[in-house]
Design a protein around this ligand. Structure first.
Ligand code: HSE
Length: 437
């Protein structure tokens, strides 16, 4: 049988890794796919030829992505340019040309995926995106196929390696946020714009995709609540430890009677949970299904070869599915396109969770009771309180509280009232708490 010809857009970190894996493992890949796979046309504006193992086996290299997309020899396009444009235009043109598409582009899928999948369905082609979520961890495959018998109840994941690296360094080395970010950028994991990592946008792209395939809802990035880690202070990491928790930047999606939760924010989780011990740039995703119970997936969430591992797995999937009837393939969002649900994505004020609160209280009698009265009047139970010694000469003492689960709307009211007290200085710092049980 003739080899399958690939058009590869982008020869950066991931593109280079794909060249290496496809050439280095060519024999194993052909045995698995049933066909030889070759990159007949790569397109990149710039690349470091000396750094890419196997580049000599690429048919031809041009600087025009659209030329690869229009190349009649190419059957599968791998898009590894990233960003919204021109990636989206190239992908839509590839689909229009009747080519299958593989992408690692989480931003494009989270924001434009509904339109892209509709176009792909009309043309009867596959758009595969395993590498878009959690890099080398096959989490799309796990949720979309391995757990397909289950009613998924919730999924929660550490899905940004840069953020996890920063929080880990803050805890292990006692360093503050700003100092650590630079180190993550030097390691090459951070997005081109680091605010995507630290403000949770990258994680929100990935969570949007996970929520859709877990619950069969259209992609709704604009409904995903997104809060980053840039306001986490060293003292929060220390107090969380004292209380038996770790702070992790989690993406959480959950099915409730009222709708679907889609939220990314720093979260205290019990230190004894396996996922609480996922450190450095590693990613992990917990998925709870009604039949299987909790399942945990762990691995490298970024990097050249780990991400290439997922891209090439998609290549083999596409090759295996080439001769199948489009109607009998795994649906893009795990559920048949006509069977997507219109369950609403909940507003953040409607979700229920527990809270860690940190505030600066004037060191005088009665302060604590005014705070606990506000919480009590709003039906918020306190689980634990730590009050620290005032530092020499300081008129304020740090007070840290853990509450039980409450609706976020009520907690917002409580925080507004506490901040209005004369005896509380500045803002109340709030971090949500999840037990993940
Ligand atoms: N910047 C991302 C991360 C890379 O740190 O996880 C993979 O999406």
């Amino acid at each position: 049988m003739k080899p399958i010809k690939i058009g590869l857009l982008g020869l950066g970190t991931v593109g280079g890794g794909v060249v290496t894996v496809l050439t280095r493992n060519a024999h194993e890949i052909a045995r698995r796919a049933g066909r030889e796979v070759v990159i007949s046309h790569a397109a990149a504006k710039e690349y470091d030829a000396g750094a890419i193992q196997g580049l000599d086996q690429v048919g031809r290299i041009t600087d025009d992505g659209f030329a690869a997309v229009d190349d009649p020899e190419v059957e599968i396009i791998i898009e590894l340019i990233g960003g919204y444009s021109p990636a989206k235009e190239m992908v839509l043109r590839a689909i229009d040309n009747g080519k299958h598409v593989i992408t690692a582009n989480k931003a494009m899928i989270a924001v434009h995926g509904n339109e892209i999948f509709r176009a792909a369905q009309e043309k009867g082609v596959i758009v595969a995106f395993e590498a878009a979520v959690a890099g080398g961890i096959p989490i799309i495959k796990a949720i979309r196929e391995g757990l397909v018998a289950n009613r998924i109840q919730w999924a929660a994941g550490i899905i940004n390696g840069t953020g996890n690296f920063i929080l880990t360094e803050m805890r292990d080395k006692g360093r503050d946020f700003t100092g650590v970010l630079k180190g993550a950028q030097e390691l090459g994991y951070a997005e081109a714009d680091p605010t995507f990592d630290v403000e949770g946008i990258d994680a929100a792209h990935k969570l949007t995709i996970m929520g859709s395939i877990a619950f069969g809802i259209p992609l709704q990035f604009d409904r995903t609540y997104t809060e980053g880690i840039s306001k986490i202070e060293q003292q929060d990491v220390v107090y969380a430890d004292e209380l038996g928790y770790r702070i992790k930047h989690l993406g959480i999606t959950r099915r409730t009677d009222a709708g679907i939760e889609l939220r990314v924010h720093p979260t205290l989780i019990p230190a004894r949970r396996l996922i609480a011990n996922v450190d450095g740039v590693m990613n992990a995703v917990l998925v709870q299904g009604d039949a299987v119970g909790p399942t945990l997936y762990y691995g490298a969430g970024a990097g050249s070869l780990p991400t290439a591992s997922s891209v090439v797995a998609d290549v083999i999937d596409v090759v295996r599915a080439l001769t199948t009837d489009p109607g009998n393939r795994v649906p893009h969002l795990a559920f048949q396109p006509g069977a997507l649900s219109d369950l609403p994505v909940l507003d953040m004020e409607d979700i229920h969770t527990a809270y860690y609160l940190r505030m600066q209280a004037v060191d005088q009698p009665g302060v604590m009771s005014s705070v606990t009265t506000i919480l009590g009047d709003l039906g918020i139970s306190i689980e634990a309180i730590i009050q620290k010694e005032p530092e020499a000469g300081a008129g304020h003492v740090p007070v840290i509280m853990l509450t039980q689960r409450v609706q976020e709307r009520n907690m917002n009211k409580a925080i507004r009232q506490i901040e209005a007290l004369d005896t509380i200085a500045g803002n109340v710092h709030r971090i949500r708490v999840e037990t993940l049980d």
